[in-house]
Design a protein around this ligand. Structure first.
Ligand SMILES: NC(=O)c1ccc[n+]([C@@H]2O[C@H](COP(=O)([O-])OP(=O)(O)OC[C@H]3O[C@@H](n4cnc5c(N)ncnc54)[C@H](O)[C@@H]3O)[C@@H](O)[C@H]2O)c1
Length: 296
């Protein structure tokens, strides 16, 4: 069965749109606002920011995108974060990652006001995510989107063996923490993991976020495995082998081989990607409601 992120995200975005228009009808002058900071002109980052901006427009969130040049200093970026922190019309702040290497990413993310941290990357939000009995104000959008898909399709997590491939701060680490909170037994792998296949083949659920095109093959998985494929990779389109500019988007998982054995699988595209954007809309809406309620 396909875990259809396109369909679920459409539903979530529609619900948010209705909630926002309901709120704005009663409170004419206030609208949720998202401040976005992008540094440099990486093609992939520009595409992601554009997708987020479009969805904001669609659901009724006012987005303000500030694009800084690639040679901006940490202080330049911190200046914009402070402007957004102090602006009451900006309820959520998103710093598009990755930042250029010379920038102190930790300092920038720590500067985002915690109740505007709609990407959930502030150390306090991650810390609360890691500890049992605590709830972060915001949870990172991609892992949250994966968890919502698992919930929607009623995939049990308690006691299940989950292998997470990748341990980045953005995806691998937070989703591992979220799965642990649901009492799954989580094995977190990375590029140095030895005999990865011997681990994946035992997993009830595999979450892959390593950015290696079609790495997880049919013989890496057991029958009826559940697959969450977060990876976004671009390979030469096999239908146009003679045209190097024709690319095809694929995940970390070899879809054709693995879907033969899996009980549930996310496609790429159409799985986790649209859920990430929907979770950003939801987090921004929640940030807005918290801020307008506390200022009343
Ligand atoms: N669908 C979405 O919305 C979404 C959002 C964020 C990232 N992504 C995608 O997810 C992937 C991972 O993103 P990221 O930012 O976490 O990347 P990253 O480069 O920060 O981290 C990659 C992780 O994978 C591990 N890894 C790399 N090669 C491996 C291998 N051969 N075996 C085992 N582990 C390996 C690394 O050790 C690292 O922990 C990328 O393809 C990215 O485009 C998708």
């Amino acid at each position: 069965m396909i875990l259809d992120g396109k369909e679920l995200s459409k539903r979530i975005n529609n619900e948010i749109k209705q909630k926002i228009s309901g709120y704005c009808e009663k409170n004419k002058q206030i609208k949720p606002g998202l401040g976005v900071i992008i540094v440099g002109d990486r093609k992939d980052s520009l595409v992601y920011v554009n997708m987020k901006r479009k969805m904001c427009k669609q659901v009724g969130i006012e987005s303000r995108v500030i694009q800084l040049s690639a040679n901006s200093t940490t202080d330049n970026i911190l200046g914009i974060v402070q402007i957004f922190n102090n602006d009451p019309s900006v309820h959520g702040i998103l710093v598009q990652l990755p930042l250029p290497e010379h920038v102190d990413e930790e300092k920038v993310l720590a500067a985002v006001k915690i109740d505007k941290d709609v990407d959930g990357f502030h150390a306090c939000n991650i810390g609360n995510l890691a500890m049992s009995g605590r709830t972060p104000l915001f949870t990172p959008c991609t892992p949250l989107g994966c968890m919502r898909l698992l919930e929607e399709y009623k995939i049990p997590l308690e006691g299940k063996n989950v292998v997470v491939i990748g341990k980045s701060n953005i995806v691998g680490l937070p989703i591992s923490l979220m799965l642990m909170k649901k009492n799954a037994t989580v094995t977190v792998c990375n590029v140095h993991t030895t005999e990865l296949q011997s681990k994946t083949v035992q997993a009830d659920i595999i979450v892959s976020a390593c950015g290696q095109a079609q790495m997880v093959r049919g013989d890496w998985v057991k029958q009826d495995v559940v697959i969450i494929d977060i990876g976004i990779n671009h390979i030469q389109d096999p239908e146009h082998p003679d045209q190097p500019d024709k690319k095809k988007m694929v995940g970390d998982v070899h879809f054709e081989e693995v879907s033969e054995k899996s009980s549930h699988i996310t496609p790429v595209p159409g799985g986790v990607g649209p859920m990430t954007v929907a979770m950003l809309m939801e987090n921004t809406y929640h940030a807005f409601i918290r801020q307008v309620s506390s200022s009343c």
